[in-house]
Design a protein around this ligand. Structure first.
Ligand code: BGC
Length: 395
């Protein structure tokens, strides 16, 4: 008898999450800086998972434990360390063997060769968060030849019919939450304006930015058209406001340039808001603005996503206005259920069969729900649910 996914998940989540969060928070610089330091791959997630032979889903013919190839994009952002650790622990608790690999520092050839190795080792299933959604067609064609199912994790892998299912958050909603926050905070419906705003989104190879940026612009574009919102740099095209590798250093550099070319500053050109698609880009923007003399009292409204430890601290300190909480525990749990269903020949959880076309057709998806987060509700969302401890968020 196999341990139910939910039960196994509950058993390990507390221990593993606490470990992952401690590791991330423990290395985070309380000053608004760039990414959290990497958590060691040697994280004792597996040791903490109750190893139960009973729990192992044995292959019918060989009696062997099924193996999952888990490919994450980078160790340089808190998000992926957390996701990798969560899933490894959850899979192991459900009785699977896991090969967890990170693609160096967002290095596509590294991710491709890790996938090649997993396929050559005949893993039973692949779960992949792509660095560049356009670069995996060739390697995944080999997975398809070997009938290895592929779950696209968080980011849609494009232009390959090897992708079986997609598990992610409602990425359009992430963008509309950010846009709606700015609409309300600036009272765009009623105020006269005009308000000055700049825009930052993420890596051009990440299909998610079409949804994040598209969702935010659905709300904000009408105000740019009417002149109530003004982008002084005129940089509003998605390709122009993209941030390679979602890197805080890159967003900080671009914000530095925007500050000097537009004269932004507490006593210079007024800047009311900076729409950032996620926390790592927001952190770079915060750093640039604080370096230019802004304080919590006069800093423009900065949006984000992920509730990274550094960004939650910035929200508490008043140097980031909001974030979007995507509970990665829910996403991991969904993926374990999907894998379980695929490998036992039953129906995986799917709640969207329309939105995500990867160029070869719509990929059946499960979308988890993203939630607005700010200094007002972070305790309830993050501390009360055990996602972080209050200590981890202490400035
Ligand atoms: C994820 C975000 C994350 C970003 C950078 C996106 O694909 O959906 O949660 O902030 O990548 O890692």
């Amino acid at each position: 008898m196999k341990l139910s996914v939910k039960k196994a998940f509950a058993l390990v989540m507390a221990a593993t999450l606490t470990f992952a969060m401690t590791a991330c928070a423990g290395t985070a610089d309380p000053a608004p800086s760039s990414e959290a330091a990497p958590v060691s791959e040697e994280a004792p997630a597996s040791e903490e998972a109750p190893a139960s032979e009973e729990a192992a889903p044995a292959s019918e013919d060989t009696g062997e434990v099924k193996r999952i190839g888990l490919s994450m994009p980078t160790k340089s952002l808190q998000r992926w360390n957390q996701d990798g650790d969560n899933m490894k622990a959850a899979f192991e608790a459900a009785g699977y063997e896991v090969d967890l690999q990170y693609g160096g520092e967002n290095e596509v050839p590294v991710q491709v060769s890790q996938l090649e190795n997993m396929i050559a080792a005949d893993v039973d299933i692949l779960v992949v968060a792509a660095i560049d959604g356009e670069s995996l067609s060739e390697v995944l064609a080999t997975a398809k030849e070997k009938n290895i199912p592929v779950i696209s994790y968080d980011r849609l892998i494009m232009n390959t019919d090897a992708v079986t299912y997609y598990a992610t958050f409602d990425n359009w909603k992430v963008g509309t939450l950010q846009g709606t926050y700015l609409e309300e905070a600036l009272d765009l419906k009623n105020a006269e304006g005009p308000f000055n705003i700049e825009f930052f989104t993420g890596d051009p190879g990440d299909n998610n930015i079409n949804f994040f940026y598209g969702g935010a612009m659905e709300v904000l574009q009408p105000y740019l058209d009417s002149g109530k919102l003004v982008c002084p740099s005129k940089q509003t095209e998605q390709s122009v406001v993209a941030t390679v590798a979602w890197s805080s250093e890159n967003s900080q550099n671009r914000m530095d340039n925007l500050i000097s070319s537009n004269g932004y500053g507490p006593s210079g050109t007024k800047l009311d808001a900076v729409m950032c698609s996620n926390d790592s880009t927001a952190q770079g923007v915060t750093t640039a603005l604080v370096n230019a003399g802004y304080t919590a009292e006069n800093i423009p409204l900065i949006t984000g996503q992920d509730c990274d430890v550094i960004s939650v601290k910035n929200m508490i300190a008043g140097t980031q206005a909001m974030s979007v909480f995507k509970d990665t525990r829910t996403l991991s749990e969904t993926v374990v259920e999907m894998v379980d269903a695929i490998l036992t020949g039953s129906e995986p959880p799917i709640n969207d069969t329309e939105t995500y076309d990867n160029g070869t057709g719509v990929i059946p998806s499960f979308l988890c729900d993203p939630v607005y987060a700010s200094v007002e509700n972070y305790e309830e969302l993050l501390v009360d649910t055990g996602y972080y401890t209050a200590d981890q968020l202490a400035n």
